[in-house]
Design a protein around this ligand. Structure first.
Ligand code: AMP
Length: 373
């Protein structure tokens, strides 16, 4: 394993051309690195700010070879890059996070099995391949429950909430692929967690096994999409410590290099106050607040980790509320611009669509001023 720091002017290859790749590129520049974006589209948030880009499908081995020859290390901005693409590139050059991390987070069943294997608690779950499996699992786990496709789901896509037996037809449709638009999805049924709040832990690990953990954020969702993150989260020191320990166990078990997002439910009933929902092998929307409230952002931290630089400080100098600017909500940016404590980040997307993440704003407050007593 190469542990020497990547030399200045080296090129970091990023698979994916969206806002996360954009913000990774912006964070790489002050460290003296250039980025080369590989994505199927000829335009996109990252292409505006990178040094070079290659337009190609994730299955195009000739183009992927060309990409690997141009860069010194490769990372990715989202977990739905085909595993075969990472496996192919990995024969040519280091890809961080590794294939195991990608494969674990790509499939909700593999992910839940892994999380339980390292001592984390997840929602109760069952693999669903047929309608019969679904009937059996509903009997076993009870209702309410959530049926999710094992792969390719995000922001609530590929999911059916089953509150009562009246919702079963929609669930059967998802199992038999009548409505999901996905190619023969296998599904997972999850017991519904009656949580008090959702927090996430943004953790980084370097190749030597050092970890650095940002303060957990308290997240609020609207229509299954992250709406805001508040830091600090209203959790006890004990929960904070346990959540960080779990994130640490999860990241070490994957031999992970880079930033990982760990999404959790916090419940006050029952013996297990922390239930892990899912992990994301990349910088994460609920970590965007680090750009303006910390000395080192999650984006710089990721670049540091994959470039074999020392992990940076996770110290926070401000309290912060991050608001996503979604769809038409992007119009609020000009109002936020009047606020002295607002740091605006727009992604440069041309077309406004319902539910589309167009940008975010970090509202900064004095340290510890958001703590409710
Ligand atoms: P996911 O698609 O797994 O990221 O879930 C999106 C959101 O749906 C989560 O942030 C929760 O708000 C909610 N959710 C997902 N799974 C469960 C569950 N098992 N119980 C309760 N709420 C859930």
């Amino acid at each position: 394993m190469q542990t020497r720091p990547l030399a200045p002017n080296s090129v970091i290859g990023i698979l994916g051309g969206g806002q996360l790749a954009r913000m990774l590129s912006l964070a790489a520049a002050p460290l003296g690195y250039k980025t080369c974006i590989y994505c199927p589209e000829d335009n996109g948030p990252a292409i505006d700010v990178c040094h070079s880009h290659i337009v190609g499908d994730y299955g195009d081995q000739a183009k992927l070879k060309q990409f690997a020859a141009k860069v010194d290390v490769i990372t990715y901005e989202f977990e739905n890059i085909p595993a075969s693409t990472i496996a192919f590139l990995n024969q040519l050059i280091t890809v961080s996070p590794n294939l195991k991390s990608l494969q674990t987070s790509q499939d909700r069943l593999v992910e839940k099995d892994y999380l339980n294997s390292v001592g984390a608690t997840t929602a109760p779950y069952a693999n669903i391949a047929t309608k019969q499996d679904l009937d059996n699992a509903v009997r076993k786990l009870g209702l309410p429950a959530i049926l999710k496709t094992r792969t390719m789901g995000y922001d609530g896509k590929g999911q059916v909430g089953i509150k009562t037996m009246a919702d079963m037809q929609q669930a059967y449709d998802l199992v038999s692929n009548n409505s999901s638009g996905l190619d023969k999805p296998n599904c997972i049924l999850e017991g519904f967690i009656n949580f008090d709040l959702e927090i996430s832990v943004i953790i980084a690990r370097d190749a030597a096994g050092n970890v650095a953990i940002f303060e957990p954020s308290e997240n609020a969702h609207k229509n299954h999409i992250l709406n805001s993150s508040t830091i600090p989260a209203q959790i006890s020191p004990d929960i904070r410590a346990k959540a960080c320990q779990l994130a640490s166990d999860i990241i070490h078990g994957l031999d992970y290099v880079g930033v990982l997002g760990v999404e959790t439910f916090i419940t006050t009933n029952g013996n297990t106050p922390i239930i892990i929902n899912e992990i994301a092998p990349r910088v994460h929307n609920s970590g965007h607040w680090t750009q303006d409230a910390c000395y080192i952002s999650q984006f710089e931290q990721h670049i540091r980790a994959i470039a074999n630089l020392p992990l940076g400080s996770v110290a926070r100098h401000s309290d912060v509320v991050m608001h996503n600017l979604i769809g038409d909500g992007v119009a609020l940016a000009s109002d936020y611009a009047k606020q002295a404590n607002a740091k605006i980040h727009l992604y440069g997307k041309q077309e406004i669509k319902t539910g589309r993440k167009m940008g975010h704003v970090n509202l900064l407050f004095p340290l510890d001023s958001l703590i409710k007593t």
